[in-house]
Design a protein around this ligand. Structure first.
Ligand code: PLP
Length: 405
């Protein structure tokens, strides 16, 4: 008997797409799938400020001994301050527990375990559509996963009325997934007022929000991108939060993020929350890597490095905004319609293009343009000199002929 007599395990459509991309030998192929920021040369370089902080770490690091399953405490303080601001931290004094984790991807699984073990319904509602990995991880954690309306894919707008109706149907004790900013895959975010409306509904109906924040700084700015979250936390009694440092500091492969629980429960202390979270971490992966967390601490403690990082982040954000304008305009010029104006007003790296499965495959095979299977395009992966080619190829798809858009 052999336990591992396996030929080709089934891959989902996303992983199949990345396999095809890797095996495509055309030098002209264009990867609009992967969720990383690329600069005007199509490269994903390390932030200069991060590189400098890393050099300081190399010079000064005198031990690589274990920390603990709760990771780097200073990093947690730093990230909480960046996301929540000092006022919320003071107001919630002693009622925030956080651990450093190997990226928000792990945060999804920790949230799954937490919701499964601590809430009565073991249920989470996710936006339709949402990033597939979220649903996958919640399901693998054993949660019951519901979907709430979020986006009208035909007309490209945030369907807030139906979102509220769905949230209103959730039961007390259900959890609700909210993207902190730059919704993946649609780029359509709640307004500040809508964040408050959702928060009040959650409070009234006993629904527990879980916020997944991955793109802070790439939507409207480092402070602006977290105002909605702050609005919500001022209203609801309890929140789960995971934060990624992958994009905001460009440390993707070094795996670094934060997981936090905020409550107003009477007997709880930060320490009791942290112990609870570190026990989940210990069960899943034992200890998180420390490298990126230590780099981020060095960077944030140095005024010059912090300023350099903020300025690099802000030029990335400006470039995304500019690409959105250019791509939107290129479509509009070719189609003589303002249908594609949603590309200009959405935020962050992603938007959904209204292209059928057949169209997506045709683009891949004929033009070497790789979109995600759901039609998600990574705006930040487009080079200025590719815009005309990309929009021409998309507009010449059969399905666009005779269509009004
Ligand atoms: C919505 C969302 N959550 C979580 C993640 C995972 O981030 P990390 O690299 O921190 O694991 C991503 C990454 O693309 C994402 O888009």
């Amino acid at each position: 008997m052999r336990h591992f007599d396996i030929l080709n395990p089934n891959l989902d459509s996303t992983r199949q797409m990345f396999n095809e991309l890797e095996n495509d030998l055309r030098s002209s192929k264009i990867d609009l799938g992967i969720g990383i920021y690329r600069d005007e040369r199509g490269e994903a370089p390390v932030f200069k400020a991060v590189k400098k902080a890393e050099k300081i770490l190399f010079q000064n690091e005198n031990s690589k001994s274990y920390k603990s399953p709760s990771g780097n405490k200073k990093y947690c303080e730093n990230i909480l301050e960046l996301v929540l601001g000092k006022k919320i931290i003071n107001d919630r004094n002693g009622k925030i527990g956080s651990i450093q984790i190997p990226g928000a991807g792990s945060g999804l699984r920790i949230a799954g375990e937490l919701i499964k073990s601590k809430t009565k319904n073991k249920t989470i509602s996710v936006p339709n559509p949402t990033w597939g990995q979220q649903t996958f991880m919640f399901q693998k954690s054993g949660l019951n996963v519901l979907k709430h309306d979020y986006y009208d894919e035909k007309n490209n707008f945030l369907d807030f009325d139906n979102m509220l109706k769905c949230i209103n149907n959730l039961k007390s004790g259900d959890a609700l997934l909210l993207h902190g900013c730059c919704h993946n895959p649609t780029g359509a975010d709640l307004s500040l007022e809508q964040w408050s409306i959702v928060a009040n509904l959650c409070k009234k109906n006993g629904v527990l929000p879980f916020i997944d924040l991955v793109y802070q700084g790439l939507g409207h700015g480092i402070n602006e991108d977290v105002l909605g979250i702050q609005n919500l936390i001022k209203i609801v009694p309890e929140v789960i939060l995971t934060v990624s440092s992958s994009k905001t500091f460009g440390v993707y492969r070094d795996r670094c993020g934060l997981f936090a629980v905020i409550t107003d429960a009477e007997r709880v202390t930060s320490q009791s929350l942290e112990t609870m979270l570190s026990e989940i971490a210990r069960e899943l992966y034992f200890h998180p890597p420390d490298h990126a967390a230590s780099i981020i601490n060095i960077l944030l403690a140095d005024e010059n490095l912090k300023e350099e990082w903020l300025s690099e982040l802000s030029s990335m954000q400006n470039r995304i905004v500019s690409l959105r304008q250019q791509i939107g305009k290129s479509f509009q010029d070719k189609r003589q319609t303002d249908f594609f104006s949603f590309l200009k007003s959405q935020s962050g790296m992603f938007s959904l293009l209204p292209i059928s499965n057949e169209g997506i495959i045709e683009l891949r095979k004929k033009s070497g343009i790789y979109l995600m299977p759901d039609g998600r395009i990574n705006i930040a992966s487009v080079r200025e000199n590719q815009i005309d080619f990309i929009t021409t190829e998309i507009c010449s798809l059969k399905e666009f002929q005779g269509r009004k858009i």
